[in-house]
Design a protein around this ligand. Structure first.
Ligand code: JCF
Length: 670
């Protein structure tokens, strides 16, 4: 028979084990047990607690799922106030901060600063007594915050019990709670699928999730924490530097930023800002700047604080990724495949480091959901290389006379009917190549870099040529004369000659490029390559039916259908014939059964290659049956990192993808 003490001992053992595995899995991403082992232990503990409720303790990992809903949050006075940070926006302002620090402590020495990303989330103070989480409070006004203990207990990266030794009687751990970008995207997809309003940005989602009266909702949200400091601490000797405090936090099982570094003086700080600025877009969470802190705690104490902000710390802000502006107009763009995209023309605004005057409104459903109207004041977001988008309107600033936007039922360019296929988000112009917009886009695509790569044939020139009715389709390009081209506005005789030569040159191409250039729906570069190496000749491809096409890697039923439909159209067949008779040709494709280990693998090249040019490397890899992708994802098999590799390398490391150097690549290629 098992005694009560034995059961209680086992429960305690299970709690500690599960809390440790939890830490390994969520906080440091180094799981040491399988999911099934974890689940088994978890269930064992749950059963024990069910059978003997007195075994249930506050640090039990079974209690992370949330509990009874609250009526309201009660107030909590922080034992030590929660400080905010003063901001600087450029190098001069940072220099001034450093000077103020040194003046105050009367030092000419180079200061050591602890540097870390400034997360865009919400500040939290978590109180541990005897190592057990007893209370968690939001920042509030810095002195008094809200009691969100039950909610914070659901966050997997927050320890319910501190690990290791040197556990103080009391410690308040300060940190930032946030939702990683990926979790945010998933959360919003789920919100939309459930017909609920998506969140505007990860920060709002984190705030909304943490301030739920029903902690079960909080438990279902992908919240995480990075800790950045210690408030009150009783019962141990407080660490002598910020960096030592952070190491201590780490040893207690608290997550701290992996980007935390010590830097020396102004130059070190500025270098760190540059470093993190480059990395900003590839980090898995939103940041809005860098935090610098005087590392030495004795100096921090001498510096003290003014109002709510310490003199010993500063936030260097990055350019905001969201700004407000006004929608001056909403226009419809017609894409190559007829897709209609509503675009907001904006009063120019500086956001994410550039001036933005257009933002996509994506499609009909999006514009309706956000109810964006001409005249509205809106929040525009531009993060990384993504197209700027309208996040939301500011309802209080809507003018009285505004009218709801309706998608046109006729194409604004060619007046053909607009169709919307069930299940597709985009409305489309049904005009096909009758539509001037679609023709322009088709020709631009034909000339683009990854297609026929016609040097000097930019978008503007294509538009002029179509508008002047000098060309109707891609085949017409090859009959243009120097004098016709020179008749265009802003086109000199010399440029016209160059363009005619470039057209001549572009006639020698590759089968895959030609296929890609045709602009068949859903046939991208990779699919075009698969088609080329499978069918070898244009005639073979033209005769393929959907069944034959689906056999090819990369080709699903939808693409197969688009391909067959494309070649069925008399117009398309005619343009292809005219292209061929104008002299477009390519070397005969060789059937190659690659036996290379790289066959079918996806690689990403990043950084500077020294012995091989990037295009050379790519060509050789393709010849071996490998794919070369532009960005790192879970599907990437290898990342080849050259000199000064940056964000792609970081991403590969985050995703645990094998990274090789150039020497290894060359060995593989030979
Ligand atoms: O990541 C943050 N948002 C962050 C906020 C990081 C810090 O190290 C902070 C902070 C607010 C106050 N440190 C203080 C003292």
């Amino acid at each position: 028979m098992t005694t009560k003490t034995e059961l209680s001992y086992r429960a305690s053992e299970l709690r500690d084990l599960i809390n440790k595995y939890n830490y390994q899995y969520y906080s440091i991403d180094k799981p040491e047990v399988t999911d099934s082992e974890y689940d088994r232990l978890f269930n064992e503990l749950k059963q024990l607690e069910l059978a003997a409720p007195e075994l249930l303790t506050s640090d039990s990992p079974t209690q992370r799922v949330g509990g009874q809903a609250l009526d309201k949050f009660s107030q909590i006075t922080h034992a030590l106030p929660m400080l905010s940070l003063d901001n600087v926006f450029d190098a001069d302002e940072f220099k001034a901060f450093d000077q103020r620090v040194r003046d105050w402590i009367n030092s000419t020495e180079t200061q050591t600063y602890a540097a870390e990303p400034k997360l865009d989330g919400l500040a939290i103070s978590i109180r541990y007594e005897q190592g057990l989480l007893v209370q968690a409070a939001t920042r509030g006004d810095g002195a008094v915050g809200e009691d969100v203990t039950v909610n914070v207990r659901t966050i997997p990266t927050v320890p319910l019990k501190l690990l290791g030794d040197n556990i103080p009687n009391v410690v308040e751990i300060r940190g930032e709670i946030f939702i990683p970008k990926q979790g945010f995207d998933q959360l919003n997809q789920a919100q939309i699928a459930a017909d609920k309003k998506p969140f505007v940005n990860p920060r709002n989602a984190a705030a909304g999730s943490l301030r739920q009266l029903d902690s079960k909702i909080t438990a279902s949200r992908p919240l995480a924490i990075y800790c950045y400091g210690i408030g009150e601490v009783i019962g141990i000797t407080a660490p002598e530097s910020h960096s030592a405090a952070m190491k201590q936090l780490e040893q207690w099982g608290c997550r701290i930023s992996p980007e935390l570094q010590l830097v020396k003086g102004v130059q070190g700080a500025l270098d760190y800002i540059t470093y993190l600025g480059k990395k900003r877009d590839s980090l898995p969470y939103d940041i809005d700047g860098v935090v610098f802190k005087v590392d030495n705690v004795a100096l921090q104490q001498r510096l003290g604080f003014v109002a709510r902000a310490p003199r010993w710390a500063i936030a260097h802000k990055f350019p905001a990724q969201e700004e407000m502006t006004v929608v001056e107009d909403i226009e419809i763009q017609v894409g190559r495949t007829g897709a209609l995209t509503p675009v907001a023309r904006l009063r120019p605004v500086f956001v994410g480091g550039v001036t933005v005057s257009n933002a996509t409104l994506h499609n009909e459903d999006e514009i309706r959901r956000k109810d964006v109207r001409v005249g509205d004041t809106v929040i525009v977001r531009r993060a990384g290389d993504v197209i700027p988008e309208v996040v939301q309107i500011v309802p209080s600033k809507r003018p009285d006379n505004s009218i709801e936007f309706v998608m046109p039922s006729l194409c604004p360019i060619c007046e053909s009917d607009v169709e919307r296929v069930d299940g597709e988000a985009k409305a489309r112009c049904s005009g096909g190549l009758y539509c001037g917009a679609q023709r322009k886009e088709a020709i631009k695509h034909f000339a683009s870099r990854k297609a026929l790569d016609i040097d000097g044939l930019g978008d503007k020139i294509v538009e002029q040529l179509v508008d002047a009715e000098l060309i109707k389709d891609a085949a017409d390009l090859f009959h243009l004369t120097v004098s016709q081209l020179a008749s265009l506005e802003r086109m000199g005789e010399k440029s016209a000659e160059n363009l005619v030569n470039a057209l001549q040159m572009a006639k020698q191409t590759k089968f895959a490029r030609f296929l890609y250039a045709l602009g068949i729906r859903e046939v991208g570069e990779a699919t075009a390559r698969s088609l080329a190496s499978y069918f070898l000749t244009l005639d073979a491809l033209k005769q393929a039916n959907e069944e034959a096409l689906i056999d090819i890697e990369d080709v699903g039923p939808i693409v197969a259908h688009h391909i067959v439909t494309f070649f069925e159209q008399a117009h398309n067949r005619e343009v292809i014939e005219r292209l061929i008779s104008a002299g477009i040709s390519w070397p005969k494709e060789q059937k190659l059964e690659s036996s290379s280990e790289l066959n079918g693998k996806t690689l990403v090249l990043t950084g500077t290659l020294e012995k091989l040019s990037r295009s050379e490397a790519k060509e050789k890899l393709l010849a071996l049956g490998a794919k070369v992708a532009g960005s790192v994802s879970k599907k990437t098999d290898f990342v080849v990192a050259g000199r000064d590799a940056g964000s792609k390398l970081t991403k590969a490391e985050t995703l645990g993808i094998t990274v090789v150097d150039e020497t290894t690549l060359i060995a593989w290629l030979n």
